[in-house]
Design a protein around this ligand. Sequence first.
Ligand SMILES: [Zn+2]
Length: 109
Amino acid sequence: MDVHCTTCGEPWDTYHLWHDAIWDTGLSEAEIRAWEKLPQSGKLAPKWRQQFEAACYVFGRTVINVIRCPACPKDAQPDRAKVQINAEIENLLAGDEDGLAATYEDHGL
Ligand SMILES: [Zn+2]
């Protein structure tokens, strides 16, 4: 399933975001293996969010709500309306990331 960056519209495969994007960070393999074992709710704790941001990823509450990505032009701004819609859907489907991915894909978000 694909979701789209809120800022530049780049499509991102949800599998990539769940499993591979972490490897774009500067974390060591041991740290990444530890990250993989975390519950969904712990995967964007500030420590990890910082690492993702250094790799140009900015997420909402989950890694499949992509607010900024490595494909974003430097000065591009996120689409405010889409940020809000994505966040509301994310709140409604909290804890159901598969449902969230399907909903984003169905709506081209
Ligand atoms: Zn982007």
